[in-house]
Design a protein around this ligand. Sequence first.
Ligand code: NIG
Ligand code: FE
Length: 424
Amino acid sequence: MHVDTLILHAAQLITCASPNSPKRGKAMQTLDNIPDGALAIAAGKIVAVGTTAQVGSEFTADQVLSAQGKVVCPGFVDCHTHLVYAGDRLMEFEMRIGGASYLEIMAAGGGIVRTAQAVRNASVAQLVAESLPRLQAMLALGTTTAEIKTGYGLTTQSELHMLEAIGALAQQQPVTLVPTFLGAHAIPAEYQADPQAYTEQVIQEMLPAAAEWYRQSLFPQRGLPFFCDVFCEQNAFSLAQSQQVLSAGKAHGMAIKIHADEFTSLGGVGLAVEMGAVSVDHLDVTTVQDFARLAGSSTVGVMLPAVNFNLGSTHFASARAFLAAGGALALSTDINPGSAPCPSLPFVMALACRYQKLSPAEALHAVTINAAHALGLGHWVGSLEVGKQADFLLLQTNDYRALAYEFGGNLVAQVWKAGKQMMG
Ligand code: NIG
Ligand code: FE
């Protein structure tokens, strides 16, 4: 059979294969690794995966490439980002070095609402111009699919601007983007005295406008979902308010996510399970009981160790406890100007291996197939399996473990998106 492209002689072809569901618990340790591996690609999709001997004898192609000495693995999926924003929070970085905590800075009128000020003053074009280089940096580091949240507008108009910026970015560059509406990210300054009134505003005005934006956007045509998320945290949204917002999101046909247990446990994990959330994210202070509950559900648990690292914390989410309970774990950067100015999933893997005691195999599953499931895209990206989109990387190493072992550099030599080489 004749195809578009053959990639032969990968030192290791790491498929991260896991048909139909994320990898859970112990299964995350077992990585599908084909020595002298090969891929056949036609019309942007994978048509065969196997050894060079198998695939090379069955297929001819317009383009035949040797990955001699290199690892081939799936493109990374960054399932939790706040990539679109304006300005920076360098001042708060210095305040934290001086001893102020993230929550103290937030309570004193800094944090998310400071970025909201900058975003409200920015045009859509400016949001796109500031965010595009960050997305390009992520692509060069191997990210081929990324979620992006709103949540720095905190007015209907400004949240819509953020959504428009996400739509524009989706058209201007190759990374597949998934939009998430996070109007319930922070209580804006003008509603500080009445958080419930802001919650009502999110439900009655912002959510319907966001749902209408999605219907008119390119995302449904591309088969990409729209999520509703909420920051369930002290001084942000209570459990009851989180439930109100997410129920309204569901009523608009949106899939749901929750930021839960970052600093305090308000019961967000239980809510995520009850409401059938696709993922629940952070999990820094989650109890063993809640990990067990989460592991028994179909909701993916997302951990974000770049946040702990950036906030100078020595406490990290208990990945081992979650895996021992049989959970499906994903890792993500959470790239944002306050708690994680980090574009690199390999760096997140490096942190997770050192501080959360994941093996390199577990960490790789957590940024590929499981992260794809955390976006409801497990059928499409996140692993090298027949029928899936041909999103893959060539790494400048002959052993995948180097991805988590090395840090501070970039082992990604080539990035391929839907069968086309984008970088390298
Ligand atoms: O995921 N936790 C809430 N939101 C972000 C922080 C955003 C910011 O500080 O600007 C997070 O950590
Ligand atoms: Fe976040």
